[in-house]
Design a protein around this ligand. Structure first.
Ligand SMILES: Nc1ncnc2c1ncn2[C@@H]1O[C@H](COP(=O)(O)OP(=O)(O)OP(=O)(O)O)[C@@H](O)[C@H]1O
Length: 332
């Protein structure tokens, strides 16, 4: 098992004026294992995109570290950092706005190679053609502008643009949310095929547990900047070990209710990260919160299934947690 990327206690704060700041990501530790698809889920504002940007070194971390194959990304010498940019690529949320309307398809796909100054002109052309062929975009479309393409075709171009540098890790940020259901399925299948063909590792970010559960090996659930649960995708769908995950699952009409119980309706909105609640950040919306939950900060503890849950009441609600400290590996 090779850990490609390790996040250690990562925090990202955005200053707002002199005194205040938004705590977008707080104390996140995660391993991204080669060959796996990691799903990152949570409601809007939970910090998923910020965490993704921290993974790529696009926002500075305020605490903790992101390392790539054991090397701290923030301390990489310039040339290494340059190589890292090609090794980790992002597919952005909205295929419509992610492409420059003034550039033809092949120019957009080629651009990362130009920026990274990879190879000779002819090599770049060849790599561009190959990336476009990999995503199944017919040659007669390579010369078109984005407005001449359908939503699905644009998303293929976006994926080709991420693939052109031959990355090892791609981070897809809600890359299917803007598409209709049939196209979503098509793009998800394409990503699955590309992952196998190119030996890719994928981080897939979404607010839709159904989509993530479908394609991910492991899932990490975020709430208000913190990880609240990590687990193998099947375990998480079958037997969630955090009340927030349970509520997310319960909200999906097509997912069966764990334990056959009633649907859980999440009360209220996600609180502001400007003033997160004390104790467990989920406690004001949690059906099981006790007085301790408003006071004490939960940490991720390993659970029987091999995952981890940051719920103070995990043992009361879901059964005993293992005492074996080696199981802590599951908490990453
Ligand atoms: N550049 C920024 N400056 C100030 N606050 C920011 C900035 N970027 C994000 N935030 C805040 O950080 C929090 C987390 O935002 P983020 O976009 O990471 O969440 P998300 O889970 O990806 O949401 P969505 O699903 O809507 O994309 C939000 O409260 C957001 O308003």
């Amino acid at each position: 098992m090779t850990v490609l990327m390790r996040l250690d206690d990562v925090a990202v704060r955005f200053p707002l004026g002199r005194r205040r700041s938004v705590s977008a990501v707080d104390g996140v530790s995660l391993d991204i294992v080669q060959g796996q698809t990691l799903g990152l889920i949570g409601e809007s504002g939970s910090g998923k995109s910020t965490l993704a940007r921290a993974m790529l070194g696009l926002v500075p971390t305020s605490a903790g570290s992101v390392s790539w194959l054991g090397e701290d990304v923030a301390r990489m010498p310039r040339q290494r950092r340059h190589d890292f940019t090609g090794e980790v690529q992002m597919v952005f949320q909205d295929p419509h706005s992610a492409l420059d309307p003034r550039r033809r398809v092949h120019q957009s796909v080629r651009e990362p190679l130009d920026v990274l100054r990879r190879g000779e002109r002819r090599d770049r052309d060849e790599l561009t053609r190959r990336a476009l062929a990999d995503v199944g975009l017919p040659a007669h479309l390579h010369d078109r502008y984005p407005h001449q393409l359908s939503g699905g075709q644009k998303q293929r171009v976006n994926i080709a643009r991420a693939l052109v540098t031959r990355p090892r890790l791609i981070v897809c940020d809600e890359s299917v949310a803007a598409l209709d259901v049939a196209l979503q399925a098509e793009i998800l299948n394409l990503l699955g095929d590309l992952k196998d063909e190119h030996d890719l590792t994928v981080v897939f970010i979404s607010h839709d547990l159904g989509v993530v559960g479908h394609i991910a090996d492991r899932v990490a659930v975020m709430y208000l900047g913190k990880l609240v649960e990590t687990a193998a995708a099947d375990d998480l769908l079958e037997a969630p070990r955090h009340p927030y995950t349970e509520a997310l699952l319960s909200a999906r009409p097509d997912v069966h209710q764990p334990g056959g119980g009633d649907r859980i309706v999440l009360r209220g909105d996600v609180p502001s990260p400007l003033a997160p609640p004390s104790g467990c950040r989920f406690h004001p919306r949690c059906l099981h919160a006790s007085a301790a939950c408003a006071r004490d900060l939960p940490v991720l503890v390993p659970v029987e299934s091999g995952g981890a849950s940051a719920c103070l009441r995990v043992a009361d609600l879901y059964g005993p947690v293992p005492a074996d400290p080696r199981a802590m590996r599951g908490a990453r």
